[in-house]
Design a protein around this ligand. Structure first.
Ligand code: ZN
Length: 659
């Protein structure tokens, strides 16, 4: 591991210890092999001026909820140093007491809650203190001879601290161990099964000691051949059983009590790990550090031939683990796994959002690698379940997770919308995303790829009558998000006005192909996944022309009427699998690409109306917008319609012919 210290970037802050603290904290945060997603913490001891002018000694320590990679000065909590140092001398202190006393001792009441390691940072004499959960060091200590190897590598340059619960207990242990200690002879501390501390009187020394300590562990792993013991798959990934993936996701969602996303990870590293003969055994020994338990739980689920049974068994085992360790007052968390090892295929990350699944994926990737390092050093050996349970059910850790707030109605659901680049389709896709769904948008317009790229969206340019392309889009959706719950069949054309007598055969056929047949094929391609969906729903965007047709629009009206009949049959055929199918009949939605201003003006003139009169020519006298249609589509896809299938709902401002 290399130092990222850059003289050109650092000197500008040389007279400001907090800015230097921000700078080297971010250097640590940039390296995922040191810390990930809120892990690790840093501090600086400095003087601040009290309101009445007297200087005060404070420990500015990383605030809870901040990431080292992106931390700012405002992310550090200033706590009176002498208060923290006195806390370390107490025999006992509950977590709640610790948090309360620390908050009262803050010189800035608006700052975030100090890290749970504040007391430990305070008793280390170095001005700057850095703490990480470096993979190499933790993996090394997760082996049978780990402690001996640590002592061998570092000699007397570090204090070796046995595993103990982080927070007050850890601070208390280090306080006892260091009563007669000459700190100046030390470069840092190795916390077995947990991480590394370094310290120094300037930011660079402390940071570079961290890099040095971690590099020494990496060198040790390298000399023992452990770094090379990581298996990477060299064959290209075989097509995965995506229908099974969608079943895994459904089962995990049921255990979780809400829809999860389940992206399939088939990188060479994930497939290499999942292809190991003993993967079921080595993956089931525990996490890299207890700090990860709140994100990943203690263990992944290993997916066997009968995936449902594996996930049921996982939940049963989790409940037994809880019962074995609870004091009777704790409330059990959901028993759903946070990640899966799918032997021979790869790994799956679960989350209520793609962000959460991404965090799980990062942690599981590092875990898979570290397990293989440790295996090469004599065997992967995680902490006992008791220690992991204490962290998983630690009230301070639970508080971090509890801040999520209420979730939108479609959180974690997965949708596919056709014709999503403009008009009603785009409004539907936006509304679904706004309500928490992951959305794949299909459109023939190339603009779709730019509109829906990113982790929680997929934009696919394709012709909805190109069934190979549509199939690829459905499969890409399942691979990226884990399944498919919501289908919005919206793509359509409105051919030029033409009587039956003058009908052009190609125009007729094109309307039938795009407006009707493409939806049948899409439902056919999506059905295997919708059947495994979470509260699965199909929303058909039909037209007022179905209940109230007009002359000159035979191709359009017939294709939309056929689409409506298709939906009615689908409602009956898919009901046994819990898939709802409902139809929306919009009318006169003018804020779409179809209605250029000059066309609108021409139509209004044709009926002898002003544009305003023409737009609001319905019983309620309202202008119907694409957003109105989208809101109804999202409602049909959501819990409001959980008991409704086969319904046809107009969104037209009221029309005498329809009523
Ligand atoms: Zn830690």
């Amino acid at each position: 591991m290399k130092s990222l210290w850059d003289d050109a970037a650092a000197p500008a802050f040389a007279d400001d210890p907090l800015q230097l603290r921000v700078y080297t904290s971010r250097l640590l945060g940039q390296e995922p092999a040191l810390v990930m997603h809120g892990g690790g913490n840093t501090s600086v001891k400095m003087q601040v001026d009290h309101f009445f002018g007297e200087p005060e000694e404070v420990l500015c320590i990383k605030g809870s909820g901040w990431n080292l990679a992106t931390i700012e000065a405002a992310g550090f909590a200033p706590v009176k140093l002498d208060v923290l140092q006195r806390l370390a001398q107490l025999e006992k202190l509950t977590d709640t007491e610790m948090v309360n006393v620390q908050r009262r001792a803050m010189t800035d009441p608006g700052a975030p809650n100090p890290s749970v390691e504040a007391i430990l940072h305070a008793i280390i004499p170095g001005t700057f203190v850095d703490h990480t959960h470096a993979d190499a060091v933790v993996a090394l200590s997760n082996t049978p001879n780990g402690e001996a190897a640590v002592r061998d590598i570092y000699g007397g340059r570090v204090l070796v601290v046995p595993y103990v619960m982080p927070g007050f207990l850890l601070a208390r242990m280090v306080y006892e161990m260091s009563r007669d200690l000459d700190w100046s002879a030390l470069e840092g501390m190795i916390l077995l099964n947990h991480g590394v501390f370094s310290f120094g009187d300037d930011a660079r020394t402390s940071y570079e000691r961290m890099i040095k300590l971690v590099s020494e562990a990496e060198d040790h792993l390298d000399r023992r051949g452990a770094l090379k013991a990581v298996t990477l798959a060299d064959e290209p990934a075989a097509p995965a059983d995506l229908e099974k993936l969608s079943r895994v996701r459904r089962k995990v969602s049921q255990a979780r009590g809400g829809a999860v996303v389940a992206p399939l990870v088939t990188t060479a590293a994930a497939r290499g790990f999942a292809g190991l003969d003993n993967v079921g055994a080595i993956a089931n020994r525990g996490p890299l550090t207890p700090d990860h338990v709140i994100r990943t739980k203690q263990l992944p689920v290993i997916i066997g031939d009968d995936a449902d049974r594996c996930i049921d068994q996982y939940a049963t085992d989790y409940e037994a683990y809880f019962q074995a360790h609870t004091d009777g007052r704790l409330k059990i968390l959901d028993p759903a796994p946070r990640w899966a090892v799918w032997p021979g295929v790869g790994t799956i990350s679960f989350g209520r959002s793609m962000k959460e699944a991404g965090i799980v994926e990062d942690i599981s990737r590092h875990t898979c690698r570290a397990i293989q390092w440790a295996e090469a050093l004599g065997g992967w050996q995680a902490l006992p379940a008791r220690d992991l349970f204490d962290v998983e059910y630690w009230e301070l850790e639970q508080a971090k997770l509890g801040k999520a707030g209420s979730e939108p109605p479609l959180q974690g659901r997965i949708a596919l919308v056709t014709g999503a680049a403009s008009g009603i389709g785009r409004a539907c896709a936006r509304e679904l995303r706004g309500q928490g769904a992951l959305v794949t948008g299909l459109d023939i317009d190339a603009a779709i790829t730019g509109q829906w790229s990113g982790d929680d969206g997929l934009g696919v340019q394709c012709d909805v009558t190109d069934y190979a392309a549509v199939q690829a889009a459905v499969e890409a959706t399942v691979r990226q998000f884990g399944g498919l719950d919501i289908l919005v069949c919206n793509a359509g054309i409105f051919p030029p006005s033409c009587t039956i007598a003058d009908m052009d055969a190609d125009i007729w056929q094109k309307a039938i192909d795009i407006n009707l047949t493409s939806s049948q094929r899409l439902m056919q391609l999506a059905a295997p996944y919708l059947k495994n969906g979470i509260d699965a729903a199909v929303v058909i965007i039909a037209s007022k022309n179905v209940p109230a047709p007009g002359p000159g629009a035979a191709a359009y009206s017939v294709s939309k009427a056929g689409l409506t009949q298709l939906a009615r049959v689908a409602a009956m055929e898919l009901a046994p699998d819990g898939v709802r199918v409902n139809v929306l009949h919009p009318n006169a939605v003018f804020d779409t690409a179809l209605w250029a201003p000059e066309i609108l003006a021409a139509r209004a003139e044709h009926y002898g109306m002003t544009i305003e009169q023409y737009k609001t020519n319905n019983l309620l006298g309202v202008e119907v917008t694409a957003a109105d249609v989208a809101a109804m589509a999202a409602a049909m896809a959501g819990p409001l319609f959980r008991s409704t299938t086969g319904a046809q709902v107009p969104v037209d401002g009221g029309n005498e012919r329809v009523i």
